[in-house]
Ligand binder design. Sequence first.
Ligand code: FES
Length: 107
Amino acid sequence: MEKVVRLGSINEFLDGQFRQFELSLLDVLVGRIGSQWYAWNAQCPHGAFNIGRGLTKSGKAVCPGHGLTFDLINGNCIEEKYLRLTAYKIETRGKDVFIDLSGDMSL
Ligand code: FES
């Protein structure tokens, strides 16, 4: 799988909104708040459900599996503090947005 993937143009990402992308082997959630970018693996760390189906308008995602809520600013599960989403790095080059899938950026 390609490690750095173009997601689109910066102007396709509205401030405060997260979008889901289905990459070849991975679903990711990507959002921007002001100039800060966030990218998370969409697979719930509690199980195999896709939390992207539970996106809210307040920067959170509610997993359809068992209802746990994840904060998309820090990746933490609100109810179960030991659970955390896998983070990826976002790069902007000119007007384009890229995700680097080479590793978990939260380690
Ligand atoms: S699989 Fe997501 S809360 Fe259980």
